[in-house]
Design a protein around this ligand. Structure first.
Ligand code: UT7
Length: 350
């Protein structure tokens, strides 16, 4: 597995927007922000307590380290940091928000919503705030709902956040899954007239795959008990190989459908940013689409799988690395527990 960060950065490329008419924007993203906790847990450190090695993890996943929240740090704390950055980037004051949608599978507490903790931290009292649970596709689901809310005119300025503290529900006795997860948060301010036009948005779910990625206990089916704790029922279980295959099929299909919907070919996207779960999944998606170069972004070497934060974190990091340029078409595609998936196409304004 190559060191994915050392790949050369693609420069601006001619956008299909100059050649073909693109659909009218549904809404736009005015600002982006993300946050990764300071502490990094490396593969070598993990290998001290788990029967694994840096070599295996790099080869099978493309992950070398993952950020881990500090003991006192919860999902809303990371969401707050990412949101402040997104608001500053957009030049929007928290008082201008009229809706907060926070995607997470690791809320601060089961009740109330983590979005409400975020709302009070931001000081925007009375703004409706709620959580969205769609696993690693959660940010895309929240963005989809925000796009509809803005397009309908019912809301004007929506804060969309994807934030997860997966290390809190990781079973470190399960070497297949514990190597994958990290913590983080990403945020976007959605309103009309921002820098990234959202041209297309689609979401989907398949509850038949519910048992493929799940936390068994702690809900109404199996309430918390001494037995549920002892049997690791509060940790994330993954059927790795099945999820791998489903992720490749679904994300490839999403990109093809999204391209067709806006009248371009998958190879016309300047960047495709898939959910960052495993570099081999992303490489397989690229092969299916016949795009085997850096346009298909792999950026989990330092972060691992940050669930709902994965796409806004990868988008923000792509911008910091100078990968985003005016005129580009960028496709994002998420996939995870539910099963659930979400795909958006962004056009970067000139
Ligand atoms: O957002 C969606 C969330 N989840 C995912 O996307 C996860 C998708 N799945 C995956 O990323 C991969 O399936 C995993 C990384 C979880 C596992 O990789 P794999 O290539 O599918 O490995 P495997 O489970 O088929 O295991 C292959 C071998 C097994 O040994 P044997 O039976 O061949 O002797 C495992 O016991 O590798 C062994 N193995 C490990 N060895 C060292 C499994 N995990 C480890 C490990 N270190 N951490």
């Amino acid at each position: 597995m190559p060191d994915t960060l050392s790949r050369t950065v693609p420069g601006p490329s001619p956008s299909p927007s100059t050649e073909r008419p693109l659909p009218t924007a549904i809404c736009s993203i005015a600002g982006l922000g993300h946050y990764l906790p300071e502490r990094v847990l490396t593969n070598d450190e993990l290998a001290l307590t788990v029967d694994t090695s840096d070599e295996w993890i790099m080869e099978r996943t493309g992950i070398r380290g993952r950020h881990c929240a500090a003991p006192e740090e919860a999902t809303s704390d990371m969401a707050h940091r990412a949101s402040l950055e997104a608001l500053a980037d957009a030049g929007v004051h928290p008082a201008e928000l009229d809706l907060i949608l926070l995607a997470t599978s690791t809320p601060d507490t089961p009740v109330p919503s983590t979005a409400c903790y975020l709302q009070t931290r931001l000081g925007c009292k009375r703004v409706p705030a709620m959580d969205i649970a769609a696993g690693c596709a959660g940010y895309g689901f929240a963005l989809h709902m925000a796009a509809g809310a803005v397009k309908s005119g019912m809301h004007n300025t929506v804060l969309v956040v994807g934030a997860d503290t997966l290390t809190r529900i990781t079973n470190y006795a399960d070497r297949q899954s514990c190597i994958l997860f990290g913590d983080g948060a990403g945020a976007a301010v959605v309103r009309p007239g921002g820098r990234f036009d959202v041209l297309y948005s689609n979401i989907g779910s398949d509850g038949d795959g519910a048992s493929m990625i799940r936390v068994r206990a702690g809900g109404s089916r199996t309430p918390a008990s001494a037995e549920s704790v002892a049997s690791a029922g509060h940790t994330l279980e993954i059927h790795g190989r099945e999820v791998f295959k489903a992720a490749v099929l679904q994300m490839t299909d999403c990109i093809r459908k999204a391209a067709a919907a806006v009248g371009v070919r998958p190879e016309d996207f300047d960047l495709i940013i898939p959910h960052q779960a495993n570099a081999r999944i992303i490489e397989a998606v690229g092969r299916q689409l016949d795009i085997t170069d850096k346009r298909v972004v792999i950026d989990m070497i330092e972060t691992g799988n940050t669930a709902a934060a994965s796409i806004p974190v990868a988008l923000g990091r792509a911008r910091r690395r100078g990968l985003l340029h005016p005129g580009q078409l960028v496709a994002t595609v998420g996939f995870g527990a539910g099963l659930a998936w979400a795909c958006q196409i962004l056009h970067i304004r000139n």
